[in-house]
Structures are given as C-alpha cells and as structure tokens.
Design a protein. Structure first.
Lengths: 275, 196
C-alpha cells in the first residue's frame, strides 16, 4: 500500500478517478496500485461506476416554458413591494411582531396599577374605621376632663371642710352620669371593633344567612352609636335613676376588671343574645 | 463618472459596483446571469419545481438586500451558491418531507402500446427513482452531491460554501453516491420480489 495516501483517502477519490477529474498523477498511480491488490476497493469502484452510469441517464424534468423569462419579472415585482414598505399584510405582521411582546408588559402594568388602587381603597377604609374610633375617643375626653375638674372641686371642698350637700349631690350625679357615658362609649367602641372582627370572620366563613343577620345587627349598633352621640342621648343619661346607675357602675367596673378574652366572650354572648 | 456598458457577460465585480452605485439594471443582469444555475441547484436539492421557484426568488431577494455587504473575498457565484444551498437545506429541514415527490407527467406521452412511450415511461421511472434516492440522502450529503455531480464545483469551492474541510466534502460525496446506489439496489430488489 502507498504510504502517502491511506485507504480511506483512496476510496474517497474513487468518484473523481471514474470521472477522470484527478490531476495528481501520484494519486492516480496510488489508486491503481491499490485496486490491483484490494478487492474491496475494486468492489467499491464497480458500484460507483454503476451508480454514476444510472445518474447520467436520469434527467430532471425541465421547468415550464418561459420560466426563466418570467423569473426576473417576478423577482423585480417582489423587490418593488419590499421597497414600497411591504404589503399591507407584511406591515400588519410587523405591527403584531411589535405588539405581541408588548401585550404581557401592558397586562403586568395593568395588574400593578389595579393592585395599587385596591390597596389605596383598603387604606382609606382602614383610616375611616380608625377615624370613627378616634372620634368616639375624642368625645369621651372632654367628659373625662370635666370629671377631673369635679374631682379637683371635691378635693377642694374636702380641704375647706365646708361641703354643701346640694353641691355634693349634684356633683355625684354628674360624676355618675359621666362614668356611665364613659362606660357606654367604651362598650360601644369595643362592640364596634368586635363587629369589625366579626365582619372579617364571617366574610371568610361565607355563610350568607349569618352574614345577613350580622349586617342587620351592625346596622342597629351603628344607629345606637349615632343616637348616643347626640346631646339628647347625654341628657337622657343625666336624668337616669341613681340605684340603677350604681348597679350599672359596679357591673361596668367588674367588666373592666376582666381580661380581654373574658370581655370578648361576654360581648360575643351579648351579641348572640341580640341576634 | 464614466458610464460602463454592462451586459450579461460583464465581470461580476463590474456589475456589483454598478449596482452599489445605484444602477438597478445591474441587479437584473445578476438575475439573468445566475437564475438557471441557482434554480437547478435548488431544484436538485428540494426536487419540487414550485418549492424551487419560491426558493430561487428568495435567494435573489436575499442577494439584493445583502449585495452592498459583499466584499469580494470569494467568487460571487460561490457567494450566491452558499445562500442557495443554505436556503435549500433549511427548507429540507423545515419540511422534513416524508412522502416521496410525485413527478408530473404529460399523459399524451404515455401509452403502453407505443414503444416510444415505453421509453418515456422508463425515463420517467428512472427520474422518479433518482429523485427518491436523492431525497433519502442526509441534507449535507445531498448538498455536496448536487454541487459536485451536477454543478462540477471543486471540493475547495464546496468546502467554502459548506464551511467544512475538503476531506470531509470528499467523504460526503463518496457516501452520497454509495447511498444512492444502495437505495436503487433495494428498490430493484423489492420490484423483483413483487414480480415473483
């Protein structure tokens, strides 16, 4: 075997050897030498000759007449369309090419904006609730101040050791009435907060009937709160019976001494009793 | 600026320069000069005339849009050829045709009683068989076979077009012919078995 060319190289040059297209004489000589001794290579040569012979006799069907006359015209037409900025459909496809990646971005921005506006609404709602509680607190504060003033007066009177029975009675009445208002307002506040919790709980539980009942109850409570906030309400409190008031007072004190959980329980029971 | 009288036999560089200077007629010359070769390169790759027609137009549109970037590093025809081969290979890969192509036949030429018609039929059968055999080749072998057998391109030119080594192209050509031969042999054997 020729040392310059390996058998693979000689094999791959066989098609060119058949078609006499090898110019390298050394290569031709190497192939011929190998063919004399290598039967496998001779087999490859015969097969290739047969196949190339078949290929020579097989022709592809020619394209239609005048095809090559019309082809430059068709190409020019397409070039003109492109240079004119593309057909309507091509421009439309360009529009979609731009819009398609933009759609998810637009949707994302929309979702973000929607969430922001929703959060703002929630914040406003929370602020409204807090304002309501704050408002009620503020209403109790002047009464508390008044109460403190009376206490100071009492201390003064006791220091002077000249208590007037009428004044003391009046003062006691005012003090009791004030305490009652304080307690009522406190209860109302607790009820209000409790009601808000109930709303949230019932919203998650999703029991329409109970929700409806609770809504009715809440509507009643709000009315009560509104009524008690008027001057008329305060006047009514001032004109209440002393014994009943003292009883209420002791109950209120007891209630206030309870821990939060116990208070909650009592409020729950009261609410249920109202339903 | 001197006006050059261009015709289809003008040098490619002259035609391209004229095109880059804004002479639209220069591109028509390029089309007329190379359309048949480009068409046949593609046709022998994709086999179907309509597909070859579409792809030939696409190739020239590509040439039109990228001619200003042609630096003359290779022969202009090699440049067009590379585009044509790549378009054809992409088309073959995309379509992955499983059904064998049917070759249109002029019915007036077919008559079993007519000896001439029998010869025509035989030629038709051979062409059909050849198309099927070429279609059965792997894409790269098919491209190399067409370029070497039908276009008589040198292995150096093919290796530039395919961006592969010369030795690899020789091997591809050899295996392409062997595979065509195997296909034809299998086909003839199955025909014999059907007859028996």
């Amino acid at each position: 075997m020729n040392t310059k060319y390996n058998i693979e190289e000689l094999k791959y040059n066989l098609p060119d050897y058949i078609s006499n297209s090898i110019s390298d004489k050394e290569l031709i000589s190497a192939i011929e030498t190998e063919l004399r001794t290598n039967s496998e290579l001779r087999g490859d040569l015969e097969e290739l000759k047969s196949t190339l012979g078949f290929l020579e006799t097989s022709k592809f069907e020619a394209p239609p007449n005048n095809y090559f006359v019309n082809l430059p015209v068709k190409i020019n037409e397409r070039i003109q369309v492109i240079e004119a900025g593309g057909s309507f459909l091509e421009r439309l496809s360009l529009f979609w090419k731009i819009l398609t990646p933009a759609i998810p971005v637009i949707i994302l921005i929309g979702i973000l904006l929607f969430n922001n506006s929703k959060n703002d609404t929630d914040k406003i709602q929370t602020n409204t609730d807090l304002n309501k509680i704050e408002l009620q607190k503020e209403k109790t504060e002047p009464i508390e101040t008044k109460n403190n003033g009376l206490k100071e007066l009492q201390v003064k009177d006791s220091k002077n050791k000249t208590p007037s029975k009428e004044i003391v009675k009046q003062d006691n009445d005012i003090l009791k009435a004030t305490r009652k208002i304080q307690n009522n307002t406190l209860n109302e506040n607790q009820n209000y907060i409790k009601d808000q919790n109930y709303i949230k709980e019932f919203e998650t539980v999703e029991i329409p009937e109970i929700r409806e009942q609770l809504s009715e109850l809440l509507a009643g409570n709000i009315e009560i709160i509104e009524d008690s906030n008027t001057d008329e309400g305060v006047d009514v409190m001032f004109s209440g019976e002393t014994d009943e008031e003292s009883e209420n007072e002791s109950l209120d004190d007891e209630f206030l001494n309870l821990n939060l959980e116990q208070q909650k329980e009592i409020i729950d029971n009261l609410l249920k009793a109202q339903i | 600026m001197t006006k050059v009288n261009l015709n289809i036999n003008s040098d490619d560089t002259e035609i391209i320069d004229a095109f880059n200077r804004g002479n639209q007629n220069a591109f028509n010359l390029i089309v007329r000069k190379y359309q048949e070769r480009v068409y046949w390169v593609i046709r022998k790759m994709v086999l179907d005339h309509d597909d070859a027609d579409d792809l030939t137009q696409e190739v020239f549109l590509k040439v039109y849009s990228s001619l200003k970037d042609f630096r003359g590093e290779s022969k202009f025809f090699t440049y067009i050829y590379r585009i044509a081969v790549n378009f054809s290979l992409n088309h073959i890969i995309k379509t992955k045709k499983t059904l064998h192509k049917t070759v249109s036949i002029n019915n007036t030429n077919v008559s079993s009683k007519d000896k001439k018609a029998d010869e025509e039929m035989d030629a038709f059968e051979r062409t059909k068989l050849l198309e099927e055999a070429i279609e059965s080749l792997p894409e790269q072998q098919r491209a190399v076979f067409n370029m070497r057998y039908y276009e008589s391109l040198s292995y150096e030119e093919i290796s530039v077009i395919m961006n592969k080594s010369t030795g690899g192209m020789k091997a591809n050509y050899f295996h392409a012919i062997k595979n065509i031969q195997k296909y034809i042999k299998r086909h003839r054997m199955s025909e014999l078995m059907e007859q028996n």
